[in-house]
Design a protein around this ligand. Structure first.
Ligand code: F6R
Length: 606
């Protein structure tokens, strides 16, 4: 996820352009830059750091011009460097371009362009687009034709904005799967990844759809289909949000927005480069001891992956809390540590990695922030590509990490001859249904979950019970409830209940039961047994299950029924329900949702 903006007007646009990327910084904040048409040539100013830091060094609003584009970056291809920062220029400096998304066929295009004499300055997938346009412009001498011809070659996802010295009063833009909106002013028009880019200046906008491109000048714009060239007429949308609401995409909180971004995050997780997945799988298979480490939520992600590695690939890799790592792990040169971290900065995880490295262990990590300390420290990094997670409470990042490590488990299972490549492809096909099923839960269940959360928001103590893979899900779900709603929720293996905690059960203690689908026969039967034990003692049970309405009448006091799902993805859906349950409980209790008390987004102290 990155932020794009553009402005074309009749007076100097440098200051509003800078302002627009300030408003888009929440979409990506590792580097930023502007390209402004000044005295018939394109001036690019860019660098790494926040918008204010870069502005301090590069004076982003200094160039004088009436047309410009800008970008704030969340790195996916290529490290966080000045060279990789957008905008990117063509060889002759006559085209400048910014991009949000991932061009999956960029390496083959890059080879072709290098062969044709183009010189590249960055490691990004984006830079190929601007050189491709330059190549086609040389042939047609028509900027729009060159732009469309290049778009037709691109595979993957994009929102693109481009300016050129050959058409000094136009911004060319296009979109496929990444968002792009045109803002309409008076003798001035705007472009943005979302309304934030221009909400201070206009409330009138036109939203581009997939596979459309637009050419925008100060008093005119048109939109056409990329393939057919058909002209598209669109309704003007009036934005009635304030700028804080706009940043949250209309959601009342980042937490909810990020929960709703999860279908896209799983799509991104599934697009992680297969070579990186394979490399991690090979590293695991070659090591004698392997530990998964993380803190808080990422410890629970690690625990989930311990279950996946063991049950799918037959490889036992204990998950250890980063802060207990030194006290517990046995490390030698044949050891591999896999760290899971959204921020890549968590002190306990970083410290555990340094300790292990000091003893000669190999290290790998799944992280969301490129250029972070953990990403730089380890021998092998997988970037999860979930986009910035602004809410202090982790939701989308954790779900993506679980999905990526599930893909690693499948790769290991093939390596270990537990499944064939065909089986693996079949299971991956099941996983590819996860985005649509999460979307279904979000669309069809969130109203009901809201009602249930309101109804039980006065309950002070919950037990969250699950078996097998549903145990880490229960733990992570209970953490969501604790941290956002400040309500006590204790996660535990359902089978553990009878060994002591059952003494607590009475009509005042409420439990959530994470039921597997019936196809997981033994797990289903045993989890149902735990629900019965609670009901028999007059305890309250809220069942998350995949059965029919009323099926769990004897087992559950209340039920949230999920759409039918393959057992490999069923736990993910239950986590989404638990995230919503915690969120709506916190709303009912009027908590400080995006910044709960005493919590920080990255814990960089011991
Ligand atoms: C919980 C949460 C924390 C973090 C933990 C590790 O919602 O966000 O428990 O998961 O502090 O942080 P990262 O993943 O940045 O290493």
């Amino acid at each position: 996820m990155c932020g794009i903006s553009g402005i074309v007007g009749f007076k100097n646009i440098a200051m509003p352009l800078l302002n627009s990327i300030r408003h888009l910084e929440y979409r990506g904040y590792d580097s930023c830059g502007v390209a402004i048409m000044s005295n018939n040539s394109i001036v690019v100013r860019k660098n790494i750091g926040s918008v204010d830091e870069v502005n301090e060094r590069e004076k982003l609003s200094e160039p004088d011009g009436k047309i410009g584009i800008a970008h704030t970056r969340w790195a996916t291809h290529g490290g966080v460097t000045k060279e990789n920062t957008h905008p990117h220029l063509s060889c002759e400096g006559d085209f400048a371009l910014v991009h949000n998304g991932i061009i999956s066929n960029y390496s083959e295009i890059k080879k072709e362009l290098i062969h044709g004499g183009h010189r590249f300055n960055s490691e990004t997938d984006t830079e190929v687009i601007v050189h491709l346009i330059e190549k086609y412009f040389v042939l047609s001498k028509d900027a729009e034709k060159a732009f469309i011809r290049a778009l037709k070659r691109l595979e993957g996802t994009y929102a693109i904005a481009m300016i050129t010295t050959h058409e000094k009063d136009k911004i060319f833009c296009a979109k496929r799967e990444s968002p792009l909106v045109i803002g309409l002013g008076d003798e001035i028009n705007y472009l943005g990844s979302d309304f934030n880019a221009f909400i201070d200046y206009t409330k009138n906008a036109v939203v581009l759809d997939d596979d459309e491109y637009a050419v925008v000048s100060r008093d005119h714009y048109f939109i056409k289909k990329i393939i057919s060239g058909e002209v598209i007429r669109k309704r003007i949308t009036e934005i009635n949000w304030d700028s804080d609401m706009a940043k949250k995409g209309g959601y009342p909180h980042y937490m909810l927005k990020e929960i709703y971004e999860q279908p896209q995050c799983i799509v991104n997780a599934m697009q992680v480069d297969k070579a990186l997945i394979k490399k991690l799988s090979d590293m695991i298979m070659k090591s004698r001891h392997v530990y998964l480490i993380g803190a808080g939520t990422t410890y629970y992600v690690s625990l989930m992956s311990e279950y996946h590695f063991s049950s799918i690939a037959g490889v036992f890799t204990p998950a250890i809390n980063s802060d207990e790592f030194k006290n517990l792990a046995y490390i030698d040169k044949d050891t591999l540590i896999i760290a899971v971290s959204q921020s890549g900065e968590t002190y306990d995880t970083l410290n555990a990695l340094k300790f292990a490295k000091g003893k000669g262990a190999k290290t790998a990590a799944i992280v969301n922030v490129m250029g972070s300390s953990i990403a730089r420290l380890v021998d092998h990094t997988i970037m999860q590509g979930s986009g910035p997670e602004i809410c202090v409470i982790s939701t989308k990042a954790a779900l993506s990490q679980m999905a990526i490590l599930l893909l690693v488990a499948l790769e290991m299972a093939v390596n270990n001859k537990r499944i064939s490549v065909r089986n693996k492809n079949e299971i991956e096909k099941q996983i590819s249904h996860l985005p649509e099923l999460i979307q279904k839960v979000l669309n069809e269940k969130s109203g009901f979950i809201h009602t249930i959360a309101n109804k039980f928001s006065h309950i002070n103590n919950w037990l969250y019970l699950g078996r097998g893979k549903y145990y880490p899900i229960a733990l992570e779900s209970s953490l969501k409830m604790k941290e956002v709603a400040y309500v006590h929720a204790e996660g535990m293996p359902a089978g553990f209940l009878k060994h002591g905690t059952i003494a607590l059960i009475d009509e005042k203690l409420y439990s959530v039961i994470f039921m597997p689908p019936r196809s997981d026969e033994e797990l289903y039967r045993l989890t149902a047994g735990s629900a019965e034990e609670i009901k028999a003692r007059k305890g309250f049970t809220l069942g998350f299950h995949f059965g029919e309405k009323g099926e769990g009448e004897k087992l559950f006091s209340e039920e949230i029924i999920l759409p039918k799902a393959h057992s490999i993805i069923a736990p993910f859906l239950e986590l989404v329900v638990a995230q919503l349950f915690a969120y709506f409980t916190a709303v009912a209790l009027k908590r400080n949702i995006d910044k709960p008390r005493s919590l920080a987004k990255s814990v960089t102290v011991a």
